[in-house]
Design a protein around this ligand. Structure first.
Ligand SMILES: Cc1cc2nc3c(=O)[nH]c(=O)nc-3n(C[C@H](O)[C@H](O)[C@H](O)COP(=O)(O)OP(=O)(O)OC[C@H]3O[C@@H](n4cnc5c(N)ncnc54)[C@H](O)[C@@H]3O)c2cc1C
Length: 253
């Protein structure tokens, strides 16, 4: 069968696209590799999604979105798309289980956290370690936040965080940023932003909450431990670590 529309990914974007396509009476297939919902299903509280009801959790919002696409007749399958041929009039998508054909393909593969890969990171995610500034910045009011990375998104997220945080320190493994010059200029002008150059986070420590992190200078090899003092709950002394997400763009590779 050749579908009018095939959507790769059933996060909020893929489900929204599926809703509109099937409502327009186009034959629509949504292909998801894990389970519907994407990143939002990992949160207990959806604070800022337009129209979401008070106390909506990620999973409850997604349940309703899935109901809606089903009501309008979109078909859903679980499969991972590993390659796509988009040149011809009929596009071909190869999945781990099957091959799919479509007149139009919507890629809504979203993003995944880009872990540092150091000890303690996994255990402390959501407990002082975050991957989403727009989701969590409001929790950082008056806190000290560390952002790992030096590209466009790291520096933009750091700038965004200055609206909430007391101080934002960008930890970057090189001695200069990779972000676009215009973004760099804004960061250098911002009094709340500091930089820790040539540095990588090698370990995150804490029992149930981020208590400290070990930062290594890659040029000198010096390591220092920075206490987060989250555990003591003293105002103005908490710190958070923000690690960035990356697009799931491996389809193109
Ligand atoms: C902890 C947390 C809290 C958040 N809180 C909020 C909030 O309160 N309000 C808000 O508006 N936003 C919030 N967000 C952000 C929100 O979750 C994202 O903006 C949203 O999920 C992005 O949707 P998306 O559909 O573009 O991508 P994603 O949610 O990343 O979904 C992409 C989907 O594509 C699938 N996929 C990827 N590759 C393939 C492939 N090759 N084949 C098949 N399927 C594939 C993935 O498995 C995934 O299900 C939060 C995010 C997090 C992590």
């Amino acid at each position: 069968m050749v579908y009018d529309v095939v959507i790769i990914g059933a996060g909020p974007a893929g489900l929204a696209a599926g809703l509109y396509a099937s409502r327009a009476r186009l034959t629509t297939l949504i292909i998801e590799k894990e389970s519907e919902g994407g990143q939002i299903k990992t949160t207990d509280e959806v604070a800022n999604y337009p129209g979401s009801v008070r106390d909506a959790s990620g999973p409850s919002l997604i349940e309703r979105m899935v109901e809606q696409v089903d009501e309008f007749g979109a078909k859903r399958v679980l499969d991972e798309i590993t390659s796509v041929e988009l040149e011809g009039k009929i596009k071909v998508l190869k999945g781990s289980k099957e091959e799919y054909k479509a007149k139009t393909v919507i890629i809504a593969t979203g993003a995944v956290p880009r872990p540092i890969g150091c000890p303690g990171e996994k255990e402390l995610t959501g407990r002082g370690v975050s991957y989403c500034a727009t989701c969590d910045a409001a929790f950082f009011e008056d806190l000290e936040v560390f952002v790992v990375g030096g590209g466009d998104s790291a520096v933009e997220e750091a700038l965004y965080l200055t609206k909430f945080a007391r101080k934002v320190t960008i930890i970057h493994r090189r001695d200069e940023l990779r972000a676009a010059k215009s973004i760099q200029e804004k960061a250098f002008k911002n009094e709340k932003i500091e930089f820790m150059w040539d540095s990588v986070v090698t370990e995150l420590k804490g029992e149930g909450i981020l208590e400290s992190m070990v930062v290594k200078n890659v040029k000198t090899g010096d390591q220092k431990e920075k206490s987060s003092q989250m555990k003591t709950m003293e105002p103005l002394e908490y710190s958070y670590l923000l690690v960035l997400t990356q697009p799931q763009s491996y389809l193109k590779e």
